[in-house]
Design a protein. Structure first.
Lengths: 111, 111
DNA sequence: CATTGATACAACCGTATGGTTGTATCAATG
DNA sequence: CATTGATACAACCATACGGTTGTATCAATG
């Protein structure tokens, strides 16, 4: 699977409430790291690290605007994440369908 | 958010290729921990731990069958995970829609 | 060009995670 | 009931992670 590496990073990035919240906040794309940091009970550097994790996962980008750097949720990244989840859901659903199919058939055999 | 705790565990559980593979394999629900362990280049105990993580996240269950314990993907858990993702997608999409709406309007103003 | 505001980075700490090996439990079976 | 097969659990190790503080960079501004 070529997307395994990314899936690791994406799911790991989403496995933290602070980071999920940052993704939401960064959708409007108007807050710098400092403003974001203001919303959470932790240091500026900690939030900075969270943003870095999201960046590495391709979920947000940073755009320089004057002396600030605005954090923007990367729609492409989100779509990719969503695509991964869809793939998995398809696989899951596929297997579930085949399972229920098997079950149905075995019931027919039983009858 | 009441589901935050679960989201942490679920995303974290999915952030590992081995565990994602176990979820897929366990959908057919006929392999014990030992059989599962056979597929991966690691010890039995390591796979056992991975299964434990998935179990804690509510993604699989173990059912005793004779002397074996069969690992079964928990469809309910999967649906819950899927639900979480849907919620997030809805939020994301909502914000995206509002964003594109804003962009469209500002373009109209520009024109 | 010195200062200030905003971000980046490095070092450090405690704890969690992914892996190992070894031992204990527990159910089937001779 | 001793043995064997399958799972569970505990101790340990290395590394990653989430947090801290302190220092460095870098762009605007007086």
């Amino acid at each position: 699977m070529t997307t395994t590496f990314d899936a690791d990073h994406i799911f790991a990035a989403l496995a933290d409430a602070t980071r999920r919240d940052i993704v939401l906040r960064a959708l409007s794309g108007h807050e710098g790291v400092a403003e974001l940091a203001g919303h959470y009970p932790m240091s500026f550097a900690a939030v900075q690290k969270h943003v870095a994790v999201l960046e590495r996962a391709g979920l947000v980008t940073k755009e320089r605007t004057g002396r600030r750097k605005v954090v923007c949720t990367n729609i492409e990244g989100l779509r990719l994440a969503r695509g991964l989840l869809d793939e998995y859901e398809a696989l899951w659903r596929g297997r579930i369908d085949r399972m229920t199919d098997l079950i149905t058939r075995s019931k027919e055999i039983d009858a």
